[in-house]
Structures are given as C-alpha cells and as structure tokens.
Design a protein around this ligand. Sequence first.
Ligand code: FAD
Ligand code: SIN
Length: 531
Amino acid sequence: MFIPTHNLNSIETDILVIGSGIAGLFFSIKASRFANIIIITKREKEEANTQYAQGGIASVTTSDDSFEDHVRDTLIAGDGLCSRPVVEEVVEKGPEMIEELIGLGVKFSKKPVGKGYDLGIEGGHSKRRVFHAADMTGKEVQTVLLNRIMEKENVRILEYHIAIDLVCQNGKCIGAYVLDIKNKKVINVSAKITVLATGGAGKVYLYTSNPDIATGDGIAMAYRAGATILNMEFFQFHPTCLYHPYAKSFLISEALRGEGAVLKDKNGKEFMINYHKQKSLAPRDIVARAIDNELKKSGDDCVFLDISFKNPDFIKKRFPGIYKKCLNFGIDITKDPIPVVPAAHYSCGGIKATLDGQTDIQNLLAIGEVTCTGLHGANRLASNSLLEGLVSSFKASEKCRLLLRFDIKNQRFACWESGNAVDSNEAVIISQNWDEIRRFMWNYVGIVRTDKRLERAKKRIVMLRDEINEYYWDFIVTSDLIELRNLATVAEIIIDSALLRKESRGIHYNLDHLEKIEPRNTEIRKKRTWV
Ligand code: FAD
Ligand code: SIN
C-alpha cells in the first residue's frame, strides 16, 4: 500500500513505526488491531537485516531441552551482564512466538523423515533448538510478515522515507521529521506513539555482515533526543563471512559449524583445538578472536571453513543459499573449503529499553536490535536476536494498547527549516568521511582493543564529528548525509563506551585490561535540550 506524500507537509497517525524488519513488521501486525499505523522505511520494504538472517530462531520445544538450558546458555554467552528476568521471559515466550509465526504462514524446515521440525544448533547452544527455513530463515520470515502487513487496511508503508530526527516536546516524543527521499522533501509525521525499529549499526565497521541500511540511525536519533544508550562497546563480530573480492557482506552461517564444519588454516590444519574445548563450535567471540589471532600470526588474508566431508546432497538441501552463492564465486562447498574472515555483525548494546519497548522518553518505544533490553549482556547467543525482535514487538504492542487509552493527542510541530542550506556538489566529502570512520573503527575499535587505539579513534572521531556537523547544516539534507552523521554519532558512542569499560568481558576485549571487574552497564547520555 502506498500513500503519496509529495503534496503534503505533514501527516498524522496513531503510531509511527520507523523500520520494516522483523520488529517493526511484527509489532505493526499486532498493533493494527487497535490503531492506525504508518511504517516508514528508508529503502525498499524488504531491505532490512532481518531478510539476511540465515541460522534461525532459537526456541525450546523438545522434551530433551528445557527453558533452564536455554536460559543458562544465554547467560553464559552474556558473560555476567544479562538480566536474568529478561532472559527468562524471552526464552519462555519462545514457543508461543514460533507458533505465531507458523500461524502467520512461516514455513520452517521439517525433518526429511518422520514428523517434526528440523532443529539446528549453533555456537553456545547446548541443544538443538534453532528453527530455520533452510539457510534463508530471514527471507521467509520477512516475506510472510510483509504479506500479512499488505493485507491490513490501517497500516501504510512508506518506502524511501528516512527519519531524520525525533521531535520531542515537554519530555514527550510527538513524532519525527522524515525525508521523502525520492521527492527530496522533509515532512512532519505527527504520532501519538513513535516506535523505533531501525535495527543495528554494522556499517560503522569496514567489514560487516550487515546490509547498507545498518547505519545505527535509531540509536543516533534517540541519543540526540536525550535517551540513554547502553553497552555499545559490545559489538559482536561474526567469525565467518565469505572472503572474496566481489562478495559484499555475505555470511557463512554458524549452522555449518553446527553440522560439523571445521575451521582450518591455509595448510588444512585445524586450529580451534588450541583455543577452546568446543573447537570450531566454541562461542562466537572466542572463534572470532582465534581467527583474528591466526591471521595476525600468519599474515594470511583469511582462514577456511570446511564442510566438504559431508554428503553433497545434505549440504545442498540444508544450505541451498550458501551453496549457490559460493558457487557463483567459483567455490563448490561440497568439494572446497570456504575462505572466511570475521566481520561486524550485531550490536548487543543500544537504546536502553524494557522488554515492552519503553525508553526513558515518554511515548517513544524501541524494539528489536536497536535496543539494549538486558537479554544479550556482553555477548549475544546465536539465534536469540530474531526471538528478541518477536518478543519485544509483541510486548510493545500490548504496551501501546494501554498507552493509547490515555487519550494522547497528536501534536503539530514546526516545519523543517533548511535555512541558507544549498545543494551540495561535494559528494566526495561524504564518501571520504564514511570510509575513514569505517576503517579506523575496524583497526582501532575492532575485535582486539587497547587503550591507545581507542584514544586514537576518539581523537579522529571528534575531528570528523565537527566537520560532519558543519557540513550537515550548510547543505540540504540527503539520505547519505543523514546516514553519515548517524554513523559518526554511533562510532563515537561505541568508542566512549569502550573507553569507559576498564576490563575484558564478552566481546569487549582490551589487552590493557584483561581481568574482569564488577559487572555493570555502560551508560551514555547526552544532555537534554528539552525539559
Ligand atoms: P532490521 O531487520 O535491521 O530492520 C531495520 C529497519 O529499519 C529496516 O527496514 C531499515 O531500512 C529501517 N531503517 C533504519 N533506519 C531508518 C531510518 N532512519 N528511517 C527509516 N527507516 C530506517 N539473528 C538471529 O536471531 N538469527 C539468525 O539466524 C541471524 N542471522 C543473521 C544473518 C545476517 C547476515 C545478519 C546481518 C543478521 C543476522 N541476525 C540473526 C541478526 C538479526 O537478523 C537482526 O538482529 C534482526 O533481523 C534485526 O531486526 P530489526 O527488525 O530490529 O531490524
Ligand atoms: C548465523 O546464521 O550464523 C547467524 C546467526 C545469528 O546471528 O544469530
């Protein structure tokens, strides 16, 4: 469904949802039962981290598994920083969420013989509990959720609309300024409730599994509005992304290692044996650091993941997406080891929010990867993210139902002022700053950190931030400029958070502070400009 906005300066809705991944879509399906909703999304509606998810969704459903086991695995991965009540609630809601998805039409892979679902296993899980649709779980979920959304009369999706900033008045969020990218026009969207479902920030790093949309916009907007941002130093690196000059951001799922795939060096020697008793299926942070160490020692460009000893028919059926993609690059995974490198994958930190989406700004909710709810702590357990997206959006929709009973009114607000800004003819400045940030974040704030590297990164980001801000206000706003500014903001929050944590814990590993100290969250908050 599409409503043209090029003749309008402002639109009103009960709920503005920013983002069309699993969190925004599942929330909207639920909330459409009692409210009118506008979803804005900055590219095509399909384009979200969600649609690239491979491994699947973790949930306890078998008699040899238990909630306690899933809770324990999550807490171990989180390395002392998870909130146990949050973990318990998410884990216990898992089966209901899987039922909901199946009810909406999601088809998870079934066992080839007999009844029941074919459950996968990934690093850190003690049992097989991962529901998947072959190796294209995200695509299946995204497609089904979008199909259901398109049937809703009271939900409108505006593609190529990018939120620039939240609008807050008297401590409440009343909507957002939104750039209609195609018509180059800023519109006011006035909403009783605004929901941030903008996903992660992988693009802050040079190498990432994330698609281009992952520029941390929601975190940056919430920060500018005065919300608290938690634990941003915990940026998860996935150990195995395809290493090939033409393969951009292609993940090789941890589910391969779940099915026995082994990490080797270029001479075919297994090396994980030297790092962890679970070898190639050790938790993600340990595998990523081990690969980083091997590459630094050897000077090689990549390591290799080998599943070629498995039956070719099994490989093609279980991993059709990965098989096909690699074949396109001349790698037959039924015969050849796959060249892989680690890449930035998931933001465990984010906007401080309860599981039902409440931030510390009234009428502003946040759900999905953009949040930090206490589920992941210092490191996320594989396949817990889509689950969190479902549970938090489900609970946030219930919260909205209650909030809307308070008769919140739509508020008008002043139109976007471009002042003396002119069209920029210096796109090179954006691409230069973009590349620079991503490169020093990778080199100085990556898998292994030191105080000196972090301080260097801080110096550079302060300089770039000032330059970008100046540029931002001098030129007419574009989506590239909005994203660059957000990327810089998120990079600075990650650096500041990493500098504050004087220990190594979970995925934050600092050679100058190898010991753990008292568990605590890292909070970053800007001074509010409103009361
Ligand atoms: P997203 O799905 O990222 O959606 C964000 C949406 O917000 C997008 O539509 C985007 O365009 C929009 N947006 C962003 N900023 C703006 C703005 N300023 N204005 C308007 N719109 C905006 N997790 C698992 O649990 N299991 C897995 O198997 C798994 N595999 C993964 C594989 C890959 C390759 C990747 C990248 C991630 C994987 N993850 C997995 C993580 C998981 O996919 C994500 O954490 C999850 O999909 C996030 O969902 P979301 O709805 O919060 O955000
Ligand atoms: C993967 O399939 O390896 C990704 C799973 C995840 O990020 O949870």
